[in-house]
Design a protein around this ligand. Structure first.
Ligand code: 13P
Length: 289
């Protein structure tokens, strides 16, 4: 019996072959799970630990008119905690949504020095929260069980979750990227029900592409996204998988967004560096123009 969130073995084998040929020959086509996706793309900017409150508000206000006509996607920005409420207040009534960059693993308020609970993010104006970013996994010791608790706390507080997964370069070179991502999905989401998963977005962010200027090729991204969708189809349902939005993150820029978005299972992007300037983020949001 296949384990929770385990990828089908034939896809695993195919992925291994492809990761061996990573630099030379990328796969040309991966069959999408659906030919008529109804998923509204999400283009999200993760501002990480950048900007003062004043800079955050100024960037958000510059961004607002530049993306005002972007009806083809949801636009989300994730400012630093301290700027979240000011930015949310100034963007009220606009088409830009707010995300927290993390939340506490418990839903209730309490004696947790330094933590910010999901309900407090919501109170400050967030509707999304990023959970399990590789920088939190790498530099802040976040493990899958903690990430699962955070996902549960966020869902209990009414936030939508952007769960980040992705392998390191070393893991990709060893050909175990699929197992790594499957294990992160199992670890972060394993205990949840199909209805909880409606409020989950998965962001595939290979660590080797984050902040390096070397994005995954559209084929590499599409391949992993296709596998993630199939894992959801097997675990939940084809219909549930069909609704799941899977974002790509890692060195997304104005000049590669179009080709990345051409992948049938690529439902948006999570942008770091190129989201810090209103102009460059707006170019990414408005990639269709
Ligand atoms: P970059 O776009 O700077 O590579 O960062 C990606 C990221 O980590 C978004 O969460």
């Amino acid at each position: 019996m296949r384990g929770l969130w385990q990828f089908p073995t034939n896809l695993l084998a195919r992925n291994r072959e492809r990761s061996e040929a990573l630099d030379s020959s990328a796969p040309k086509t991966i069959r999408p799970i659906t030919n008529t996706p109804m998923r509204k793309p999400v283009i999200a900017g993760n501002w990480k630990m950048y900007k003062t409150v004043g800079d955050s508000v100024a960037t958000a206000l510059s961004l607002k008119p530049l993306v005002a006509n972007a009806n083809h996607c949801e636009v989300v920005i994730a400012p630093v905690f301290t700027a979240l409420k000011s930015v949310a207040d100034r963007l009220e009534g606009s088409n830009i949504k707010i995300a927290g960059q993390d939340c506490a693993p418990v839903a209730e308020e309490g004696a947790q020095t330094g933590e910010v609970a999901a309900f407090q993010l919501r109170d400050a104006g967030a509707t999304y929260v990023i959970i399990g970013h590789s920088e939190r996994r790498q530099f802040h010791g976040e493990t899958d069980p903690v990430i699962r608790q955070k996902v549960e706390a966020a869902l209990a507080s009414g936030l939508q979750v952007i769960l980040c997964v992705g392998e390191s370069l070393e893991q990709r070179h060893r050909g175990i990227e699929v197992q790594v991502v499957a294990s992160q999905l199992r670890g972060g989401l394993g205990g949840l029900t199909a209805s909880d998963l409606d409020r989950i977005i998965v962001a595939y962010e290979p660590i080797w592409a984050i902040g390096t200027g070397t994005a995954a090729t559209p084929e590499q991204a599409q391949e992993m996204h296709g596998l993630i969708r199939r894992a959801f189809a097997e675990k939940i349902s084809e219909a549930g998988a069909d609704q799941l939005r899977i974002l790509y993150g890692g060195s997304v820029k104005a000049d590669n967004i179009k080709s990345l978005m051409s992948g049938p299972d690529i439902d948006g992007v999570l942008v770091g560096g190129a989201s810090l300037s209103a102009e460059s983020f707006a170019q990414i949001v408005n990639y269709k123009e």
